[in-house]
Design a binder for this molecule. Structure first.
Ligand code: ZN
Length: 284
């Protein structure tokens, strides 16, 4: 399940793509929208306070959003980090060394300044991984065991590399920065929050497609499971997507998802192979 990768590196200057080139084109507009919504909320809350009138509930959310990162920076990220890693196994040069070596090499290539610690957690069947903050200036990455299984059971290290590059992409592109949390309170109420996250996920996929192109098709594991994905015919799957109506309901469920749905998420990864880098997943 490897792709015939037209070397994407030929499309950039020698040091590789900039963060701006890696980003999905909707990420910054969505962030600006989220920021503007938060500014309006804060202004309304301040104006209501000055006038002595009750602060509208939605504007209250903006104020809470501003305070939340301070609380998160001091308490929440520490608690969440320790709650997660105290039940996980850190991947080190002496623990799953082949995964560590691949991760370290990937992070170095991606020019991640402080390489986040990497942990293996019991997936209990869930196919997941995430990057998050553990201190204000430090991050960590967790990959769940069912995803690592594809390397050790099927020899699909390319697929694991793709996942690791995706998570490091979140770090590289600043998706775990606390200020992003600050501007998300009102957008979440307006159901725009999911669109911010969805754009960020596309960006992380673009990072992975650049830094680990050979593993892109292994993303089928999310749709077909960690054993069956290797038996899925990729071209037949894409034909099947085309055979479904690209109408309201597909757009709506995609809008309602923080990660783009499979029908949407696979397409840009496949198109990058053939048409080059200027391919962006659909937001709807
Ligand atoms: Zn992600």
């Amino acid at each position: 399940m490897t792709i015939q990768s037209d070397p994407l590196s030929t499309q950039f200057h020698s040091s590789g793509p900039t963060v701006a080139e890696l980003r999905h084109r909707a990420e910054i507009p969505m962030l600006v929208l989220a920021g503007l919504a938060s500014v309006v909320g804060v202004v309304v809350a301040i104006a209501a306070t000055v006038k002595g009138t009750p602060i509208p509930g939605w504007a209250e959310a903006a104020l809470i959003g501003l305070v939340a990162p301070v609380f998160a920076g001091v308490v929440l990220i520490r608690f969440m980090y320790w709650k997660q890693i105290a039940n996980s196994v850190e991947i080190t040069p002496n623990q799953l060394p082949e995964i560590y070596a691949a991760y370290h090499a990937m992070a170095t290539r991606m020019e991640i300044e402080h390489i986040p610690r990497l942990y293996l957690a019991n997936g209990n069947g869930g196919l997941n991984a995430f990057a998050s903050k553990c201190q204000v200036h430090r991050t960590y990455v967790v990959i769940f065991s069912d995803l690592i299984d594809i390397a050790y059971e099927h020899g699909d290290f390319d697929g694991v590399n793709f996942v690791l590059a995706h998570e490091l992409g979140h770090v590289k592109c600043g998706h775990v920065n606390l200020w992003r949390m600050a501007i998300m309170a009102i957008p979440r109420l307006l159901f725009v929050g999911r669109s911010v996250v969805r754009a960020q996920e596309y960006t992380a996929d673009r990072c992975a497609a650049y830094y680990s192109p050979a593993g892109a098709r292994s993303l089928m594991v999310l749709m077909a499971g960690k054993r069956m994905y290797q038996h899925v015919d990729f071209d037949a799957y894409r034909d099947s997507i085309q055979d479904h109506k690209d109408g309201f309901w597909l757009k709506f469920v995609n809008f309602w998802s923080d990660h783009a749905v499979g029908f949407r998420r696979i397409e840009p990864l496949a198109d990058i192979e053939t048409t080059g880098w200027n391919v962006h997943g659909k937001m709807l």
